[in-house]
Design a protein around this ligand. Sequence first.
Ligand code: 5GP
Ligand code: MN
Ligand code: MN
Length: 314
Amino acid sequence: MEITINDAAKKISQNKNIAIAPHVNPDGDGLGSTLGLYHALVKSGHNVKIFVDDDIPNAFRFLPGWENFIRPEEQVDGIDLLIVLDAEPERIGRVTEVIKAPILNLDHHRSNTKTANFLYLAPERAATGEIIYLLLDNMQIELDTNIAICLYTAIATDCGFFKYSNTSSFTMQTAAKMLDYGVEPNRISEALEQKKFTDVKILPAVIDTLTLYNDGKIAIISVTKDIKENCDSTADFVEYARIIEGVDVAIVVKYSDDKVTRISMRSKYTDVASIAEKLGGGGHIRAAGCTINDDLVNARKCILAVVEAEMAAK
Ligand code: 5GP
Ligand code: MN
Ligand code: MN
């Protein structure tokens, strides 16, 4: 059932024991909005547990409270409300198996499957972090430095540090407010930009896989098993494809295991959310992803064919 942000605020206020979870393959928005809400609810007297069915990437281990994330393993009793952030309940892995409670879903993905008991969906928001800001404002919970660091990170990472087309006046104004609570943007950028020596040294191998197709409108990079095993983070590789002049759709095809390949897409014109949805994934018009159950070579051929067909149809 779709509800208003006011109803979402009421639901949270009425429940004492709360669990919060972002999507698997967690990013700055998922982790930042979960931790921002966590700090705020703890402060207002709730019992709060945070879950993520994945590793926390090293880059985000500066976020206050990240060490409180629990990996869902055994049944968790006594939870009144499970809040799912930045994705639908199908994308939080085993959390829904270990916690049996009504689900409140706060999200900004147009592709949200709308399966939660209660859903506040705001596709016009650049990040779930913006939704959490509005929610806390509604609940009259005063921000503090920890909350502000988390929400700034959530917002800034999802709009590419105010570069992407989802950046609105509200996005910048909300981020600006976080500075009034003590956020130092340079320190957050520095923490996120840090790279391991190995991750820079691996770049020639990554760039070697970069190829243009469709008169230079499609760029694909492969992250092979070897590349993946020899670096810490692959998150930024898509940028090297995205920034090439004339490229509309930038794709990273990443080894997951011998029969599973992850796809990441960014675009200037083509709706990549629809392409991802056709393959069982989702996301935004300009940034989306999916999983293909095949090896890297076949998955690369498959995604190229699907994107080419989509572009030809337009
Ligand atoms: P990324 O390429 O950074 O992993 O993801 C880009 C956007 O697409 C993010 O908003 C992410 O949440 C969404 N996304 C990526 N993969 C999937 C997927 O498999 N399913 C769904 N529903 N969304 C995805
Ligand atoms: Mn996300
Ligand atoms: Mn997001």
